[in-house]
Design a protein around this ligand. Structure first.
Ligand SMILES: [Zn+2]
Length: 275
């Protein structure tokens, strides 16, 4: 995907304006009418629509950008979660702007997020492969394709220019304390809840719970997962991802997943095992 996207990125860089007609362009965030004290007690969900700005992510055969799908779904999920009244919700980006992977992680840490959910679309070498999958952090990839996904997604920071090419001392220290057991368990629980919530409703890859060394999942204090909502390399998945009703279905199932997650864990800062 990386090489395909890199070539396609230059080839299709002028197509973004044409996507307005698909209804995928952001329409703004709803306001939460709730007192500050009540709001502060609610779990904070940090949504991370992948890519953005000069980083289109994967590119479908017809020129549809991954960044457009992730932002549109992010807005839907923001509204769906907010309307439950059970969560505070923030986004690492709410418009078509570029944010470094390091910046996305830093946003979640600074906001003291209780969960971090990164939204992406896959682009696999075999066009007949289709379905969503969910990643959790591991130093060892679950399979060859998962390793490729990590390479592609982590390479997004090449758009930031040489200033951000290295790893900051802050991120280096985060990496050093990577193996925080409670966070790992929380992340795995979230991934399982997403898989369970999608089963029979949203198409899944044959082995939908995957793992890889993904940069946006590396903070040791925030349980996190990266969802590949489908494959832009598959025509059926692309058609589904273009559909507002399918994206709403994904937002609804993710909301159910997050509800299930918080039946296992406290809504406060950090993770507490149930039972
Ligand atoms: Zn991506």
């Amino acid at each position: 995907m990386c090489e395909i996207c890199f070539v396609g990125r230059r080839k299709f860089s002028g197509l973004a304006l044409g996507l307005a007609a698909t209804g995928l362009i952001a329409t703004g965030l709803p306001a939460l009418a709730r007192s500050r004290s009540v709001r502060k007690s609610l779990p904070l969900i940090m949504l991370d629509p992948g890519h953005g700005g000069n980083d289109p992510g994967a590119i479908a055969a017809d020129g549809l950008f991954e960044k457009t799908i992730t932002l549109a779904t992010g807005h839907l999920l923001y509204r769906t979660l907010s309307r439950t009244g059970r969560y505070r919700v923030e986004m690492t980006r709410s418009t078509d702007v570029y944010v470094t992977l390091e910046g996305r992680v830093a946003d979640a840490v600074a906001a003291k997020a209780d969960l971090f959910l990164s939204l992406h679309c896959d682009h696999l070498p075999e066009a007949d492969l289709s379905g969503a999958s969910v990643f959790t952090l591991s130093s060892k990839a679950s399979d060859r394709l998962a390793a490729d996904v990590a390479t592609d997604e982590n390479s997004a920071d090449r758009f930031a220019g040489p200033h951000f090419a290295g790893v900051s001392p802050q991120v280096a220290s985060i990496l050093a304390s990577l193996e925080t057991r409670a966070t790992r368990i929380g992340s795995a629980t979230l991934a399982s809840d997403i898989q369970r919530s999608f089963t029979g409703v949203v198409p899944l890859l044959p082995d939908p719970h995957r793992s890889a060394n993904l940069a946006v999942l590396r903070d040791p204090s925030v349980p996190s997962a990266l969802l590949e909502m489908g494959c832009l390399s598959n025509p059926l998945d692309e058609r589904l991802l273009k559909s507002a009703s399918h994206r709403q279905l994904i937002a609804d199932r993710l909301t159910s997943s997050i509800d299930a997650y918080f039946t296992h864990y406290s809504g406060g800062r950090g993770v507490r095992m149930a039972g």
